[in-house]
Design a protein. Structure first.
Length: 125
């Protein structure tokens, strides 16, 4: 349980990235069209379409980003983004305080490297 007097929920940063296909393709893996008739449609698409990736951090006080790149996000690129994020965040704050960083979907190795970076950076947990 969160103690309302000792914890500022405004210090929680939620982050994620999204991929945008440059040819207009929309990833519809979980999208369904329900109709009374089977349309027997077949949609052709390239195996690997060009895309860009956008990363953003959101909290109740502000938004940082988006950082847009053409490459997929590896652990090295993610740490570079975090360095920019942390420097931007620290520059915006008048009084340094503890910030909580939330990210879902890391694999074990990327998670260890990113958390090691965040723990070595003052004020980020």
């Amino acid at each position: 349980m969160i103690d309302n007097e000792g914890f500022d929920v405004g210090c929680i940063w939620f982050t994620d990235e999204a991929h945008f296909h440059l040819n207009g393709f929309v990833h519809k893996q979980k999208w369904r069209f329900w109709g009374s008739e089977n349309l027997h449609l077949c949609e052709e698409k390239p195996l690997h379409s060009p895309e860009v990736t956008a990363w953003v951090a959101v909290c109740s006080r502000s938004i940082i980003g988006p950082f847009v790149m053409q490459e997929t996000i590896s652990s090295e690129r993610y740490i570079t983004i975090l360095e920019q994020f942390v420097s931007t965040q620290l520059a915006l704050e008048d009084q340094p305080r503890i910030e909580w960083f939330m990210k879902m979907g890391f694999d074990h190795i990327v998670q260890k490297r990113c958390f090691a970076f965040l723990m070595n950076t003052s004020g980020i947990e």
